[in-house]
Design a protein around this ligand. Sequence first.
Ligand code: WT7
Length: 649
Amino acid sequence: MSEESVYPVPAAYAGHTLMNETGYFELYNRSVEDNEGFWREQGRRLDWIKPYTRVKDTSFARDDLHIRWYQDGTLNVAANCLDRHLAEHGDSTAILWVGDEPGVSREISYRELHRDVCRFANGLKSLGVRKGDVVTIYMPMIPEAAVAMLACARIGAVHSVVFAGFSPEALAGRMDDGRSRTVITANAGVRGGRSTALKDNVDRAVDLCRETSVEQVVVVNYTSDKVRWHDGRDCDYGELVAGQSDDCPAEEMNAEDPLFILYTSGSTGKPKGVLHTGGGYLTYVSLTHEYVFDYRRGERYWCAADIGWVTGHSYIIYGPLANGATTVMYEGVPNYPDVTRVAQIIDEHQIEILYIAPTAIRALMAEGDKPTAGASLESLRLLGTVGEPINPQAWQWYHQSFGRGRCPIVDTWWQTETGGAMLTPLPGATTLKPGSATRPFFGVRPALVDNEGNILEGAAEGNLVLLDSWPGQMRTVFGDHQRFVDTYFSTFDGMYFSGDGARRDADGYYWITGRVDDVLNVSGHRMGTAELESALVAHEAVAEAAVVGVPHELKGQGIYVYVTLNSGLEPGEAMRRELRNWLRNEIGPIATPEVIQWAAGLPKTRSGKIMRRILRKIAADEYDQLGDISTLADPSVVQQLIDERASLA
Ligand code: WT7
């Protein structure tokens, strides 16, 4: 191995894992040489109502783009996550729910979860929800959120989970796009000791909707908070499920019927509705969950994500439940009531596997030994990370503190669009290098290309693409197939473009360098600069706005905003506060900018295109690396921006 610090598979793992190094290479080679044969076999890990005969029908050609897996098979995703475990494992814990306040937790068996899902599925049917309807879920991290997702899957409704941290405006945009007429929410959510008025947000969102008219709002009355009630529209969850039968036959769904929509930001326009279907997605998340975490039944596995993001869909709900796992669902945040909380949960519940975002690791690392000092952590055997590049220093800290130097770390690279992990170590098979997502998962064919689309061989750095389909791949952008083609398949002919840059070292290991498009990654949350800019220019005071990312110690990237105000307006602290609040209201608290800099003018080419490269350098105080500015329409704006920046710092 060429790098200095490498971490071989621990001796304690040898011979005890699903895969060793030789096994990985053998199976990987087979999986790409006979891709269809590999996935034909892997699809059998699910229970099919009508078995598939056709496995793969995919094309990345721009004029004939289609992705279909197992297309003549039928199944039900909820039945695969619940019913098939009942006979032998009905009493084992499906969801270990851990509340915001220490000491509060609940174990829900597969049998109980099955019952709750059936009742709520019947409840949804009684409200008139039908196969194919889009149901919005705007929920805190409580078991009913999982029940709602699975109940939709059971009756063939398409869920669209919207992160409960999003504002009413953002929620309304997603409900409109999905033409969603049913929303499931809670009166309030509680995180870090603070409560959020979710039902109020839904009320406001319903009023803001232009393309859809919301007919029913199902409300879990979770806290004692009172909410306004709209008779005829609002429906109490408890009352709805009380009279329902425990028996709800699972709808027979085609493998390619939609399972869910999940909105994510890109470099242009409004957030896209990423559409995933049932058969291929479940095959992929089940297989990756088992191999990436080397999961054994009975183990307690904790993915500390939120169901509002794809990580929550794939690796809190669908992958683990398809595998009959015990999945931890944590309501709170890593540092409440204090920074020892994560370690305390691990010890209290004897958790074996922890999967968490680098941003949380960095926040805990800032506290030194404190987060893990008094803890045992002996139950842990594997760590994972996801969502953004992890700097080697944070990797080492995670390995030493939580891992006690003995737990491997699986750094998994993937995206909302990929459905599941694409580049990842396997714990018994991969020598680790801190900061590298290492090698492709089975059946995955990554490549690096230069800006002209030429494939680079050997050690190289370039744009990360995927050359062939995999069953977990998104199928389309909901309601806009052309946007799917344009976004992912038009930059490089015949390839899926991830939007990420990466380096491959001499050992064939991949190192993600971050987005190469105009997408920010703030604490693992994806945000499009275009989306932020259009929110800003919607404010009456703003003439023009440009947004770039700046390196941020804890968040990975922070939001840096340049604003030109309409003439005659006073740029000052009051206006800064106003615009900051505006962004929080339009999108949500995750869109809070680090810096708002006033700009008399923005650096533009003669054709009027804003040169973000220059704005990024100024925001990062790298004035000596501005590059060629002679092509600007008015090069003098650059010095003005530098002066203004200096006065801010
Ligand atoms: C973007 C996708 C994957 C689920 C959560 C985020 C970045 C993700 C890694 C990693 C470096 C990573 C990429 C990617 N990313 N995982 N292990 N190392 N970067 O899903 O919101 O769709 O964001 O997150 O830039 O494109 P997402």
